[in-house]
Design a protein around this ligand. Structure first.
Ligand code: ZN
Length: 57
């Protein structure tokens, strides 16, 4: 049985806090708590934005 991922009933693996399993379809998901490339891109733009902001003062 496969369910819509939005409807998945995620339960955390008691042995691995980064590992989630859906009770309905047994879909597995690993949650990585370390920084993703998106985080670095976001920080880069945030820094760029602050630089422009500070220069305009
Ligand atoms: Zn599911």
């Amino acid at each position: 049985m496969k369910c819509d991922q939005l409807m998945c009933y995620w339960v955390r693996d008691s042995h691995d806090p980064d590992h989630y399993v859906c009770l309905k379809c047994n879909e597995e998901r690993h949650v990585n708590h370390s920084a993703t490339p998106e985080t670095f891109v976001m920080l880069f733009f945030l820094g760029l934005f602050l630089t422009i902001l500070l220069r305009s003062l």
